[in-house]
Design a protein. Structure first.
Length: 657
């Protein structure tokens, strides 16, 4: 080899080292952690576009270092609780019991329901199986991992209680009395008291001391001490329009707290307002000392978001984002502390921000309430902000990884725009099957049916004798009543606004038109698109339901569970199902929703895998959320339970071997 060839080869090798994507820091002696991160609601198409335009550099880094799935699907129904149960167990809803985000169980009154997020799984999640088989596992806010419902990981952190809702407090200041160690002030020191009634019926008093630290000859209160005991030595000290926090311990409930900001004051404090978040806490379980460690290092679990405060103009959009960013930062910091100090073999964590913003701001369809191009652009910037926050959180996780670690990035479902909501209970009331008393409440003793809704689906329960508390429908009536309800909703039609339908065609057929411009479409695709346009323009009305299914025909696996309804409604594209409303059909409150057919493009989730020597590869075959757990079982050399419906992903386990 001559000197020129040698130098060229040397420079090329150095360049490859500098510019090839690398996930890992040089932490060779650390043990391996399999990290599973769920970004709730993260759409495949949005993620792909954001990676291309540079919005998601760290997701792109993972994609360029490992596996990226192009044909990944969630399960039916495409809801948060159901899909996360599938991710963590590898099983379908008929086995996990997570048939919806809201559960109605036998033995309850017909209108009673439970949150799936605070209900136990019927089969064992992988974090519990790993712990049983001698591995160390950890979960941080991952749906289904509530340690107070059993099946916990070795180390568990989950949502706790909301002790009081957020509020905008009006403060009345007067001359301060009985404080210890009053600070120096150039104006008379003043105080106010804020009383917060907590969920356990106790009252929390927060005392606020106002101090003027400016020697400018004016009454200019600029510094505030917040204390639960009028002791300035232990008080939280903040300036106006700065964030502060209060932490407290209740009996049997340590580390409860809230964040606040003094929003408006005048020089003499004749008028003052303070915004405070909800009072919240976390559920933390693990070996002795774990709860104390997390609580002392990171404080209380901050509120996830505050839509009401934003809608009521208590806070600005920037402050709203700061609340969400604080929650994401807390989740990340806790997770990475557990990874470093407790060295779990499996770590599963969860971020809800994308789902939340898409529910509220996915304004892209001209049929949606309030749609305009200007408003759509502004709202989609909010959605993009949530994706950027996900990328920022991911960057911190990647910085913590060593060469042995593996990372799985997944979402539970995508999100699609909705323009209308359907209230099946209003229709049941019209049919005389649901009775409302004089007090405006449901009369469970005389009602024959009730719908429990969640996103794009609803389960309708008959008030059966022997199954429901106060049941009145006999077994002999069951089949006839079931058929009647199916007929009601199969026959339901919604009139369409003709001019709105014309405006929506460019949105509905954008993908087809793009393929035409790129000369990448077939005659059959063109014929299908044109036929669809004709159908849109000629249909005066449409069904708001994609399917209406009677339990017992085995058409959907989720109906083969004791908690399933007697009739199931699945909303058509553009609709979601409201729990209760004053009309059967109404304008949507949410702009984005999910729960329907997971084959719909907008509901497609994301799936990336990288680490531990994996090479870049695109997964083009059909894989599902139920395939993640069996893949992890094989990678971690664990015995997989017999109830699993999914299969290990061949390319991933094959490359590992």
């Amino acid at each position: 080899m001559n000197i020129k060839t040698f130098l060229f080869t040397f420079i090329l090798l150095i360049g490859l080292q500098l510019f090839s994507p690398s996930l890992f820091s040089a932490k060779e002696n650390n043990p391996q952690t399999n990290i599973v991160i769920s970004f709730d609601g993260m759409r495949y198409d949005f993620t792909k576009n954001y990676m291309q335009d540079g919005t998601l550099p760290h997701f792109k880094k993972v994609r360029d270092s490992g596996f990226f799935a192009e044909n990944f699907r969630t399960i039916y129904p495409s809801l948060t609780a159901t899909s996360h149960a599938a991710i963590s167990t590898g099983a379908l809803p008929e086995k996990t019991g997570m048939i919806s985000n809201n559960l109605h169980k036998p033995g309850q009154k017909i209108n009673e329901k439970n949150s799936s997020f605070f209900s136990p799984l019927d089969v064992t999640p992988i974090w519990t199986e790993a712990h049983k088989q001698g591995k160390t596992s950890a979960t941080v806010l991952f749906p289904g991992s509530n340690p107070e419902e059993g099946n916990e990981a070795t180390y568990s952190v989950y949502y706790g209680n909301t002790w009081a809702e957020s509020a905008l407090e009006s403060l009345t200041f007067k001359r301060a009395e009985s404080w210890s160690r009053l600070p120096k002030s150039y104006s008379p020191v003043k105080e106010a008291t804020m009383a917060i009634k907590l969920k356990n019926d106790s009252n929390l008093k927060v005392h606020i001391l106002a101090v003027d630290t400016s020697d400018n000859g004016k009454r200019d209160y600029d510094t505030f001490y917040f204390s639960t005991n009028k002791n300035t030595a232990s008080a939280e000290i903040v300036k106006k329009n700065e964030w502060g926090s209060i932490t407290m311990d209740l009996k049997d409930h340590p580390n409860i707290g809230f964040w606040f900001k003094l929003k408006e004051t005048n020089g003499d404090l004749l008028h003052a307002e303070l915004y405070r978040t909800a009072v919240t806490s976390a559920a933390i379980h693990g070996p002795s000392g774990f709860e104390e460690d997390i609580s002392s290092r990171f404080g209380f679990l901050p509120i996830q978001d505050d839509d009401k405060a934003l809608d009521e103009n208590w806070i600005t959009r920037k402050e709203y984002e700061e609340i969400s960013e604080r929650f994401a930062k807390w989740s990340t910091d806790v997770s990475l502390h557990i990874k470093e100090h407790y060295q779990p073999d499996l770590l599963m964590l969860y971020y809800p921000q994308i789902d939340h913003e898409e529910h509220k701001y996915l304004l892209v369809d001209p049929r949606q309430p309030g749609f305009s191009k200007k408003k759509s652009k502004r709202y989609m910037n909010y959605v993009q902000w949530s994706y950027e926050l996900a990328d920022k959180s991911l960057s911190e996780v990647l910085d913590s990884m060593n060469e042995k670690d593996r990372i799985f990035l997944v979402s539970d479902h995508g999100m699609e725009p909705v323009h209308s909501k359907i209230s099946p209970n209003k229709e049941l009331e019209k049919a005389g099957l649901l009775k409302i008393g004089k007090d405006g409440k449901i009369d469970t003793a005389s009602s024959k049916a009730y719908a429990v809704a969640s996103g794009g689906i609803a389960h309708i329960y008959l008030n059966l004798e022997g199954r429901e508390k106060d049941g009145i429908v006999s077994e002999e009536e069951r089949s006839k009543l079931q058929s009647e309800i199916v007929g009601i909703f199969k026959g339901m039609k919604v009139k369409q606004n003709y001019f709105q339908k014309i405006k929506t065609i460019p949105y509905l057929y954008k993908d087809w038109w793009d393929s035409v411009k790129n000369k990448d479409t077939s005659l059959s695709e063109t014929a299908t698109a044109l036929g669809g346009m004709v159908k849109v323009l000629t249909n005066i009305s449409e069904s708001p339901f994609e399917q209406v299914i009677a339990n017992g025909n085995n058409e959907k696996d989720m109906l083969d569970h004791k908690n399933a309804g007697d009739v199931m409604l699945i909303a058509a594209k553009g609709y979601y199902i409201a729990q209760d409303d004053d009309k059967t059909v109404n304008k949507a409150d949410d702009l984005g929703n999910h729960g329907g057919d997971p084959e719909r493009r907008a509901l497609q989730p994301i799936f990336f895998v990288a680490g531990n020597g994996f090479q870049k590869e695109t997964l083009r075959n059909h894989i599902s959320t139920i395939d993640i757990a069996p893949t992890l079982y094989e990678l971690m050399e664990l015995d997989a339970p017999s109830f699993i419906d999914g299969k290990p992903i061949k390319q991933i386990v094959g490359q590992h071997k």
